[in-house]
Design a protein around this ligand. Structure first.
Ligand code: S3P
Length: 453
């Protein structure tokens, strides 16, 4: 196997890595999942901005977060790994270097959009780019507000996509009502707002994940949060003076979600995932599991240790599930779980409706149409709608062929979950993308009792 997501074919050509996932009878286990991706990106950026060295426990060493670390290094930060596997980030103290070339954020919208905010605060030229998927995703949503703050931002790809060129500095705070509930856009503006003169005020149409706000507070940056409005007093062009502080990253709820789903729909199965981040804006899938009739319990330790956000152990026991509905303000709080929640819908008896989730069409892939295609291949009755899908679940999972990841890590992992319930082994094509968020996924599946070739 060679190390670029492909394996050599008989004629030496590069073939994307596929795998065969076998159905399983019963899954059982107790383990922890790797660190939270959203928090790891933010830790990399803020530790890179601070002065001094931050030791990070539980940093997610996945492709996405490593790309963000590399970008921070190009801006002048230094990173080391300790013998214990902890990450050390030596910050720039806000004295960023102008990067010698484009910052390549690979597959990561979070990396690109948040770093654009940081770059917009600097009087230098920065170009941010990524892989084919990232270069097809909308960037007007950051171009517009950053331009209003005074940065020069040009989306040089077709239809306002990356590469994004930024010449920043001289920012002024603005009031901005987000057109979509997006933690990435909100965080981009808060990071830019650190370097602005005056007040930056961001209004959200629905509550999105608030890891940036939480980390700002941990590092001593004051915010005023009233309802859905977040206000930050800017520190001017030189930015805030931040002192490095050691940080521990909780397990990623979005990674735990695959096991919660795999177990929830199978009587006799059970799983406990330890030290999972329990930020209330990330765990709406627990409500969905309960709505579907699953047995879910959450144990929060009496004394929280040094994690940057609350954590706990989640236990799910399998049972027969019934169809459910996802809609409205809960969507941003389970947006990344929807591929595997669609799988849950396929396994639950009766109708499952997913709506108000049009944002899924501009994720790493169009997760509505790609998931609907894959579910159909697996013999599931599904109808795509403009902002979601309707699934008639509970019938036998009977694949008519192999399924595709579409280069999207969460689609690959969601299909590996559905394969557990299939009548026959399932080929999933192009699975190297799993490493963008969950290196170790296949090992954890085996640990639970699954079988993968
Ligand atoms: C993220 C925010 C969400 C989510 C993404 C990670 C973040 O995207 O889908 O995987 O870390 O801020 P949007 O903010 O675009 O909804």
């Amino acid at each position: 196997m060679i190390d670029n997501g492909t394996q050599p074919g008989i004629n030496g050509e590069n073939i994307p890595i596929s795998c065969i996932v076998h159905p399983s009878r019963r899954l059982r286990g107790k383990f922890s999942v790797p660190g939270d991706k959203s928090i790891s990106h933010r830790v990399a950026m803020l530790a890179g901005l601070a002065s001094g060295t931050t030791t990070v426990r539980g940093f997610l060493k996945s492709e996405d977060c490593i790309n963000t670390l590399k970008a921070m290094e190009a801006l002048g930060a230094r990173t080391f790994e300790t013998e214990k596997g902890e990450l050390r980030i030596q910050g720039t103290g806000g004295n960023f270097l102008e990067p010698a070339g484009p910052l390549d954020l690979g597959n990561s919208g979070t990396g690109l959009r948040l770093l654009s905010g940081l770059a917009a605060g600097q009087d230098m030229d920065v170009t941010l780019t990524g892989d084919d998927s990232l270069r097809s995703r909308p960037m007007k949503r950051i171009r517009e507000p950053l331009t209003r703050m005074g940065a020069t931002v040009t989306c040089t790809g077709p239809e306002e996509t990356a590469p994004v060129f930024i010449h920043g500095g001289g920012l002024k705070g603005i009031d901005y009502e987000l057109p979509v509930a997006s933690a990435q856009v909100k965080s981009c503006l808060l990071l830019a707002g650190l370097f602005a003169n005056g007040r930056t005020r961001v209004m959200e149409p629905a509550a999105s994940r608030d890891h940036t706000e939480k980390l700002f507070e941990t590092l001593g940056i004051e915010l005023t949060i009233v309802g859905s409005t977040i206000t930050l007093e800017g520190f001017g062009p030189s930015g805030p003076t931040l002192k490095a502080k050691d940080l521990a990253v909780p397990g990623d709820f979005s990674s735990a979600a695959f096991w919660l789903a795999a177990v929830a729909a199978r009587s006799g199965s059970s799983v406990t995932i330890q030290n999972v981040g329990l930020n209330p804006r990330r765990v709406a899938m627990l409500d969905v599991l309960r709505q579907a009739g699953a047995s879910v319990s959450v144990k929060v330790p009496r004394r929280q240790n040094d994690y940057v956000e609350p954590t706990g152990d989640i236990t799910v026991k399998g049972s027969e599930l019934k169809g459910f509905t996802l809609a409205g303000d809960m969507i941003p709080n389970l947006i990344d779980e929807i591929p595997v929640i669609a799988v849950l819908g396929a396994l639950a008896k009766g109708k499952t409706v997913i709506k108000d989730a049009a944002e899924l069409r501009v994720k790493e892939a169009d997760r509505i149409s790609c998931m609907a295609n894959n579910l159909r291949v697996m013999g599931v009755q599904v109808e795509e709608t403009p902002d979601g899908m309707e699934i008639e679940g509970g019938a036998a999972v009977n694949p008519s062929g192999g399924v595709r990841s579409y280069g999207d890590h969460r689609i690959a992992m969601a299909m590996a979950v559905l394969a557990q319930f299939s009548r026959e082994p399932v080929v999933i094509h192009n699975v190297a993308c799993v490493d963008t968020s969950y290196p170790g996924f296949w090992d954890d599946l085996k640990e639970l009792g699954g079988h993968v070739e």
